[in-house]
Write a protein that binds this ligand. Sequence first.
Ligand SMILES: Cc1cc2nc3c(=O)[nH]c(=O)nc-3n(C[C@H](O)[C@H](O)[C@H](O)COP(=O)(O)OP(=O)(O)OC[C@H]3O[C@@H](n4cnc5c(N)ncnc54)[C@H](O)[C@@H]3O)c2cc1C
Length: 408
Amino acid sequence: MRERSHRVAIIGAGVVGCLVAYGLRECPDVEVICIDKGPPENELAGTGLNVGPNSLKILRQFSPELADSLQVEGVSLPWESWVAGITDGTVIFDLPLSQVAENAGIRIRWAELYRQLRQPLGDRIRYNTIALSMGYRDSDRLYLEIENQETGIREAFEDIDLIVGCDGRYSQVRSSFFGGSPTPEHLGVCLYRLLVPQKGGLIADYQQWFYNGSRLLSFAIPGDEVYIAGSFPLDASLEIRDNQKTVEYLRQCYTPPPGLSPVCQFLVDAVCEHLEEIHWARVQDIPIVFGDEGGRVLCLGDASHAMYPTLGQGASQAFEDGCYVGALLRQALQESLVDFPALVARLEQVRRDRITFVRQFSREASDSLLAGSHPVAELQAKTQPAFLAKLRRLYQDTPLLAEALTLG
Ligand SMILES: Cc1cc2nc3c(=O)[nH]c(=O)nc-3n(C[C@H](O)[C@H](O)[C@H](O)COP(=O)(O)OP(=O)(O)OC[C@H]3O[C@@H](n4cnc5c(N)ncnc54)[C@H](O)[C@@H]3O)c2cc1C
């Protein structure tokens, strides 16, 4: 503990990095060094995402202005219902989110989400900038050397109190301080995503259609576009084979004997038409880490707990992390003497339990994505009280900021 102003480095200005930086933006006596390796416009601009009701709940407590900016007409559409069934059009699960959540979520384009989160931070983010090196000088001081990839200009910082790793799934902070890159656990599922033009309002709110272990997920986003996330099971090799990235393979994945419903026909046709634009990925999660042994490095968001995307909780948990940590850090940094290891331990204690629950729930909910799955039975189970109680916990039991700040 030293009596002086504080220096915090945030590596990565994605969802969680922006929220932590936003929390600290008006802290007197705190120097925040926030870097992102990418340009101001995010490269994932081509896709959309659904942000859970839990994110909007905690964001409204953290910053009503940010919550309002994300819910402006034209920026996002409300996520208010969840329909799931079989690709022949049979609906098994039809849930107004108001039954399990206190507020709606949103459907939004990635680039728009980043624009809204980054805009209030202005030039506080150093874009196109990477960390060349970082580490401990001694037990209570960290260093960081950065380089702007466009200009080649390097800067070195000493006496850093806290490094916050917000640099996503392939986190450099995590590999630097937590013993290398984490070993992912594969679900054995291929996931691909794309955005296509809307067709006569055919797709509206969040919907999922299953056949055997294959799934089509879709919803509309502003700008008359439709987001599609398709999946199919992989064999034991976990490889996505070239013959699976074909129109023939994908059509047979989703087509049941009675044929596709009009909605699923549109989705399958759109996937096949845009085959060349598809980015193919494998569903995986990684073990959870938060604070390092020294107590001065904290991983958040995907760097801490990239998880199976089945419940759409990757970005949503990054929101929870960012709002919670942003608010508590802001409060703590108003003190001249901060015990950083104690603070990191306290943040970890609250977030670890919540993330453990969400990660486990996301794994359980992935049953209908697997080879040999029985979507009718599995979706029926999701209409039952046990699953709905977990959804209520997911969407409602976010950390309460006012309470956390009072206890602080
Ligand atoms: C195509 C796609 C669709 C998705 N759909 C959904 C969805 O519908 N709902 C949902 O909840 N989740 C979704 N996810 C998951 C979601 O993207 C992540 O869980 C979420 O973005 C995590 O937020 P984050 O802030 O931790 O990381 P990110 O948002 O990934 O941000 C990390 C930032 O760090 C920067 N960075 C990385 N490495 C470095 C480095 N070494 N130095 C400096 N900067 C660095 C990156 O440029 C980036 O800006 C999706 C993911 C993808 C890829």
